[in-house]
Design a protein around this ligand. Structure first.
Ligand code: NAP
Length: 250
């Protein structure tokens, strides 16, 4: 099935690497203009340059999504250039793993502000034009950890579960304006975030015991699900958590 996007502009956070990069490139291949956000100018710049080199339309924007004031300023500037950003993909995320008794308050706060509060800030600033246009797509990249919990990831699981609550509440708030809000919950996907596990044969064998499909996922698997939820065809899907996890959370 080909996906329909009519003259759409998207903002994808964490587009410099891994899953966010794959989402940005997939949307761009479908004709969407993509604003690629990451923390470092180099990584979002490289993604935007690759999209442009492939014939697509993109802009790079380096901003720390954990900094609410910086997001507000960036959004204000962006809306002067792009009065309507129709699609928002909140994908930027970090891990600071550790068992609770060893978890510092900084590790707790950094993960909550980067993974969860960032979604609040971006949505607050970009959703108003969507409400006026009576069309919008918001996709929050959560995790199986937010559904099942994970020992050693109290901060990350709490942030990802929070994203699911945010998704469902905003789906109800925005439904009257034809803005859909969904979450995608990846399982173990091969990116920089999981290199240490994937490249350790003992750890990866243990992880794969919990994955019914017995393999790690690819960033492209998450990009395909996300692109569908952003498309015209997904207009009757809202408030859902779409697990793309090899069957882990079923
Ligand atoms: P990744 O390879 O580590 O890439 C993370 C991206 O997020 C990078 O582009 C990074 O920017 C950006 N980022 C991090 N903190 C930021 C900040 N404060 N401000 C702006 N950008 C920031 O991660 P990934 O594996 O692709 O993960 C993407 C999302 O999927 C995350 O939310 C993650 O929790 C979720 N997820 C991943 C997996 C998995 O197995 N990989 C599983 C479940 C959920 P820079 O490039 O500038 O560093």
């Amino acid at each position: 099935m080909s996906l329909t996007f009519t003259n759409r502009t998207a903002l994808v956070t964490g587009a410099g690497r891994g899953i966010g990069k794959a989402i940005a490139e997939t949307l761009a291949k479908n004709g969407v203009t993509v604003i690629c956000v990451s923390k470092s100018a180099d990584s979002c710049g490289a993604t935007a340059a690759a999209i442009i080199a492939a014939g697509g339309k993109a802009k790079a924007l380096a901003v720390d999504v954990a900094d609410g004031a910086a997001v507000a300023k960036a959004a204000e500037e962006l809306l002067k250039e792009f009065p309507l950003i129709d699609i928002l993909v909140n994908n930027a995320g970090i891990t600071r793993d550790g068992l609770l008794f060893r978890m510092s308050e900084t590790d707790w706060n950094d993960v909550i502000s980067t993974n969860l509060s960032s979604c609040f800030h971006w949505t607050k600033h970009l959703a108003r034009p969507m409400t006026r246009a009576r069309w919008g797509r918001i996709v929050n990249i959560t995790s199986v950890s937010g559904i099942m919990g994970n020992a050693g990831q109290a901060n990350y699981s709490a942030a990802k579960a929070g994203m699911i609550g945010l998704t469902k509440s905003l789906a109800r708030e925005f439904a009257g304006r034809s803005i859909t809000v969904n979450a995608v919950a990846p399982g173990f996907i091969k990116t920089d975030m999981t290199t240490d596990f994937v490249n350790n044969p003992e750890v990866s064998a243990k992880i794969l015991e919990t994955v019914p499909l017995k393999r790690f996922g690819e960033a492209a698997d998450i990009a395909a699900a996300t692109a569908f939820l952003c498309s015209e065809e997904a207009g009757y899907v809202t408030g859902q958590v779409f697990a793309v996890d090899g069957g882990m959370a079923m």
